[in-house]
Ligand binder design. Structure first.
Ligand code: ZN
Length: 311
């Protein structure tokens, strides 16, 4: 049986907010079973609001995923949520001392490092999952996302297949297929950085957006090539980053998923639409705990070995 997980101890870091350019302190704190992931917006030591990492609190998906409550917002949450989900962490209180989660290097890897440095503690209560039994599809023009049941023969909990197609010589058409198990998230997904095009970056900066954006926290492409001196971390880093974003965005369902998610040219907006559509179509899924999963002989998944703690 797999139990809920939190951190062994508090850990913090400081980074730059991508859109605000502000220096932001981030503190990750252990939390009890059933707490879930919650983010606190803190300003000058005062807690302005506490926002559960659930889709009902999503207020904007245009440039990043932004959560809001009581007229306060916390931006750019998706890479941090992706790291929690990717390492199977259920319960954390996140203090965000600024308007958005720091962008770090544009991937989820610095958050994975923080979590592994704090250590992972197994808790006493079993995990609950959303297991897909039907299919849900959302579309927006030629973009679409679909989630359906995992075949009984699969030993993965969540599989994500991402297709992208950019009319750019470095990107072109890419697909990445990921089955969540063992250390796969850490090794294959967490290091993939966000990306943008130089003309977009220039437009955003002239509109007071992406003020903290630089070659240190994104892959930037000009008309023909990657501008970063060190190039890419993977030839298909772009498609891998879409999987990373998807992990973070679908974690806003509030429980880990068992299913197969296929996404074509999606972004945060369509990911959010998919989450809402799944939650609304209750006949397409069932809530199961890890104890019940054993009875269905689906137990071989979702345990990232790197962060195992005797579970
Ligand atoms: Zn991203």
């Amino acid at each position: 049986m797999f139990f809920q997980r939190t951190l062994k101890k508090e850990i913090s870091c400081v980074g730059i907010g991508l859109h605000s350019g502000a220096k932001v302190r981030l503190v990750l704190k252990p939390a009890p079973s059933g707490h879930g992931i919650k983010l606190q917006r803190i300003e000058n030591g005062v807690v302005l609001t506490t926002i559960p990492a659930l889709s009902e609190y999503v207020v904007d998906t245009s440039l990043a995923t932004t959560l809001g409550r009581e007229e306060q917002v916390i931006g750019t949450v998706e890479h941090l949520l992706s790291a929690f989900s990717g390492l199977g962490i259920d319960n954390v209180l996140v203090e965000v001392h600024g308007p958005e989660v720091p962008i770090m290097d544009g991937s989820a890897n610095p958050f994975v490092y923080l979590i592994k440095t704090a250590g992972v503690r197994r808790q006493v209560e079993a995990k609950s999952y959303i297991r897909m039994v039907g299919t849900v599809t959302v579309t927006d023009g030629d973009k679409w996302a679909r989630i359906g049941p995992q075949p009984p023969s699969s030993d993965a909990s969540l599989s994500i297949i991402s297709h992208i197609d950019f009319d750019h010589p470095v990107i072109g058409s890419q697909s990445y297929s990921f089955s969540f198990s063992d250390v796969a998230y850490d090794r294959q997904i967490s290091r993939a950085r966000t990306f943008g095009f130089l003309h977009e970056v220039e437009w955003m900066k002239s509109n007071n957006l992406a003020l903290g954006g630089s070659l240190d926290n994104a892959i930037v492409l000009d008309e023909f090539s990657v501008m970063n001196d060190d190039g890419l971390r993977f030839a298909d880093e772009f498609a891998r980053h879409k999987v990373l974003d998807c992990f973070g965005d679908v974690s806003l369902m509030g429980m880990p998923l068992i299913g197969v998610l296929e996404a074509n040219k999606t972004g945060h907006a369509l990911n959010h639409k998919l989450v809402q559509a799944v939650l609304a179509k209750t006949e397409a899924w069932e809530r199961v705990t890890t104890g019940e999963l054993r009875d269905h002989s689906q137990t071989g998944f979702a345990v990232p070995r790197l962060v195992m703690d005797g579970s």
